[in-house]
Design a protein around this ligand. Structure first.
Ligand SMILES: [Zn+2]
Ligand SMILES: [Zn+2]
Length: 227
């Protein structure tokens, strides 16, 4: 038996489901075949956990149609994982957003595979999925620390670890957070200081979960509100 669908797979699946007439949803349909190939190429499920029918066109088609049937009948079929409803309720009702996120996953997946794709958040769900979360975290680590060295307090809650804990060095206790929207990410992007904000690990985790995505001015507004 194959493992349940992951968040990234659901986003890609819903994008296909919403972009076509389900009357044409046969196993020979090009979009279904492409989705099946894509899901097989992504490193979301270890090869050792896949059986020979893993995300094949017929399974992909059945899963998406069963979910859609459940939506219409206001039922939750037992063969559709809870993650479908979580993603649908969070972002799936906004078909443009689902499409933008799906395009970003597809655009960036080869690059994310090339950097190792190793980080799976255990407690925190990044709404756009683990591929874009890996990319976001990789870029923060690769480029962000360069720009956050000069800032010694959290841009959201104002915590200054140096004064709060009488430390000599603060940089390692504060994180750079990349402000670029996950759905706008491109592998060839270049970054500068204006693309990052310095935050404490707690505020960083909240930013990773909170949607809509916060801009620099919205983050700074929170600090002003805290006074
Ligand atoms: Zn903070
Ligand atoms: Zn971040």
């Amino acid at each position: 038996m194959n493992p349940p669908w992951t968040r990234d797979e659901v986003i890609l699946g819903l994008d296909v489901l919403f972009s076509m007439d389900t009357k044409n949803f046969s196993v020979e349909n090009e979009a279904i075949i492409e989705l099946s190939k894509l899901l097989n190429s992504l490193p979301l499920i270890p090869l050792s956990e896949r059986d020979e029918t893993f995300r094949n066109p017929s399974g992909v088609r059945r899963q998406l149609l069963t979910f859609e049937w459940g939506l219409q009948k206001k039922k939750k079929p037992i063969h559709v994982g809870e993650i479908f409803y979580t993603v649908y309720n969070e972002i799936g009702k906004n078909k443009i957003l689902i499409s933008e996120i799906a395009q970003s996953i597809k655009r960036n997946s080869d690059f994310v595979k090339s950097i190792g794709f190793s980080y799976f958040p255990s407690t925190v769900e990044f709404p756009e999925g683990v591929i874009l979360f890996n990319l976001h975290s990789f870029l923060e680590n690769r480029h962000g620390f360069r720009f956050s060295k000069t800032c010694n307090s959290c841009s959201i809650c104002g915590l200054n670890p140096q004064t709060a804990f009488h430390l000599r060095e603060t940089a390692r206790f504060l994180d750079p957070h990349l402000l670029v929207l996950p759905q706008d990410m491109r592998p060839e992007m270049r970054f500068s200081g204006k693309d990052f904000i310095t935050v404490c690990p707690n505020c960083h985790q909240v930013l990773h979960q909170y949607r809509p995505w916060r801009s620099r001015s919205q983050c700074e507004q929170i600090l002003k509100t805290l006074g």
